[in-house]
Design a protein around this ligand. Structure first.
Ligand SMILES: Cc1cc2nc3c(=O)[nH]c(=O)nc-3n(C[C@H](O)[C@H](O)[C@H](O)COP(=O)(O)O)c2cc1C
Length: 212
């Protein structure tokens, strides 16, 4: 079906990355994962083998004094070329902020900074309730959405109407809203990663929409 690059960031919800990979593959997609260092605290990357990319893979041999040589591949660009769609799930508050302002200090955010804006993107945020409800979150989502074709979205909208407008207006971006439940930190509230099935469905929808 499609080549899906799955970005995983340092939310506790990264424990669901293996299940998400499995479901995307069951839907017929080829999947590679690019994980931040923080994401790797939450799941075992070993079963994914070479389909799991870490930040260190961008800099082969650096710790041993190795240097880039002309002709060496630039991994984040190779991943960008390979991918038909980028899915960031879970998307934590830190990486959302980086996506919004263009910071690119790891492999995932370099892929994002070099992304072909005509290709589909799915973002599935996951964070503590107060992080989710902080004004930064909506500001950053509006900013990302504006860059992906949603235009200016008024600042007063609450999170769900905001996400509905983003998903309605952008041809390439689909935001999968977090859900309400007891969070790993003990708080009960909105901020938990959406169900894996909802994320996989959003991938199918945004691929179809982008192809229409
Ligand atoms: C146990 C633990 C759980 C965390 N869960 C979340 C989370 O669900 N959402 C979030 O935005 N940040 C969470 N964080 C904070 C991020 O891991 C932290 O901001 C980190 O710098 C993110 O790096 P990254 O964006 O490069 O993956 C958590 C941190 C710890 C130690």
């Amino acid at each position: 079906m499609a080549n899906i690059l799955l970005g995983a960031t340092g939310s506790v919800a990264a424990v669901r990355v293996p299940a998400l990979v499995q479901s995307l593959e069951a839907a017929g997609h080829a999947v590679k994962v690019v994980a931040t260092d923080a994401a790797l605290y939450f799941f075992d990357p070993a079963p994914l083998g070479p389909d799991l990319v870490r930040d260190a893979d961008e800099w082969p041999g650096r710790d041993a004094g190795g240097r880039y040589e002309r002709g060496d591949a630039v991994l984040h660009i190779e991943l960008r070329k390979w991918a038909d769609a980028l899915v960031v799930a879970p998307l934590d508050a830190n990486t959302l902020a980086k996506l919004a302002v263009g910071l690119c200090d790891n492999c995932l955010t370099c892929v994002w900074r070099a992304w072909d804006l005509a290709k589909p993107v799915v973002l599935a945020p996951a964070m503590n309730t107060l992080m989710w409800q902080h004004p930064f979150t909506r500001r950053h989502l509006r900013s990302v959405a504006a860059d992906l074709g949603a235009g200016h979205i008024p600042g007063h909208l609450d999170d769900l109407p905001l996400i509905a407008q983003i998903n309605d207006r952008s041809k390439t971006l689909r935001v999968v809203p977090p859900v309400t439940k007891a969070l790993a930190c003990g708080d009960v509230g909105v901020g938990a990663l959406a169900e894996v099935s909802a994320i996989v469905a959003a991938v199918g929808e945004v691929l179809a929409r982008a192809a229409a």
